[in-house]
Ligand binder design. Structure first.
Ligand code: APR
Length: 311
């Protein structure tokens, strides 16, 4: 039987995610959005490219959740993107309501699904979905690290003039200004980054990675990035649906790992058919630990605002 993925939010990130899932023939896709006609229109448009592109999956659009019943994965991209001058955190309360309602409705129809959160501020939205769904932590996962890592890898490949594919990088922490690109675990075909370029260049690439989302927002002016976020989400979807067991940095609910409790933080995990199948706890040096703590504190601050809101 074919797999089924629901994508909530038929905007830039959602539509691109749906399109990439279809193009890779990973699953049938249901696009859901509150705006009447948009998910139906975009879904039909994508379906009509199937004969040309040669994929055999169904893509449908809906304004409700009946059509989403029995989904294997629900990707939540619904909500507001940021505009120039805004941080991801400025979206907190508006997107809390959106993610809360989307999760409530989606999990009623798909109680066994794996939830992948994309809406920002990411780590706080993951917390919202975990609490609202009541799902075990293995099935509530945030997409951030794959994207942040992809940005870091892009800058490294461009700087060194090497294949993007050869660059392996690691970015931990929350999906915000305090994220932690780990240079020690970043290499080109096994050659540590520090062997290939000087510290000033590394520092510049690290900072550009932290500001990667804002750089795109500054160009676009009316919204935020969507091609790389969609591609990153689909890598996670594929690893789960095909049980590939890829090791990817994802936002997961930590319960003691890395010294954090009941908090979503980006760390390396194994993604397979059960969702998060393993959390890798790597040994960090003092500087890395301090940076991760700072990043986790920033997430905790946002979640404390939501805890008050949820009362
Ligand atoms: N249920 C379903 N869809 C909703 C809801 C809701 N309650 N509220 C808003 N939406 C839809 C909007 O109608 C819109 O089509 O979510 C979509 C968001 O699309 P865009 O405005 O294009 O935003 P996008 O760039 O896709 O970003 C969405 O992902 O990366 C994050 O920071 C980004 O939080 C933002 C989210």
């Amino acid at each position: 039987m074919r797999k089924k993925v629901t994508v909530v939010g038929a905007g830039n990130v959602g539509a691109n995610t749906a399109q990439k899932i279809a193009a890779k023939e990973l699953a049938d896709v249901v696009l859901v959005d509150v705006v009447e006609g948009v998910p139906q229109g975009k879904g039909l448009d994508m379906l009509e490219s199937a004969p040309v592109e040669g994929y055999d999956v169904r893509i449908t659009g809906a304004n409700g959740y009946d059509e989403t019943a029995g989904s294997d994965i629900v990707v939540i991209t619904a909500g507001f993107p940021r505009k120039p001058g805004m941080s991801r955190d400025d979206l907190l309360l508006a997107n809390y309501e959106v993610v809360k309602s989307a999760t409530e409705q989606a999990v009623k129809q798909s109680p066994n699904a794996i939830l992948i959160l994309v809406t920002n501020p990411l780590d706080a939205m993951c917390w919202t979905a975990l609490k609202v769904s009541g799902f075990p932590r293995e099935r509530v996962i945030g997409m951030a690290g794959v994207l942040d890592t992809a940005r870091f890898r892009t800058f490294i490949a461009e700087e060194l003039g090497v294949s993007f594919e050869n660059v392996t990088a690691m970015v931990l922490g929350g999906h915000g200004d305090t994220m932690v690109p780990l240079v020690r675990f970043t290499n080109v075909s096994g050659i540590p980054l520090s062997e290939l370029t000087d510290q000033a260049t590394i520092d510049r690439m690290v900072q550009r990675t932290r500001d990667g989302g804002a750089e795109i927002v500054k160009y676009l002016k009316t919204g935020s990035a969507y091609y790389a976020p969609a591609a990153s989400t689909v890598e996670m979807v594929e690893s789960i649906l095909k049980d590939k067991k890829k090791v990817l940095p994802c936002a997961v609910y930590l319960q003691g790992e890395y010294g954090f409790n009941e908090l979503f933080v980006g760390v390396p995990v194994k993604l397979g058919s059960k969702g998060v199948e393993k959390i890798y706890e790597i040994k960090l040096d003092e500087g890395e630990k301090a940076a991760l703590k700072k990043s986790a504190d920033a997430v905790e601050e946002l979640v404390s605002v939501l805890k008050k809101q949820a009362k």
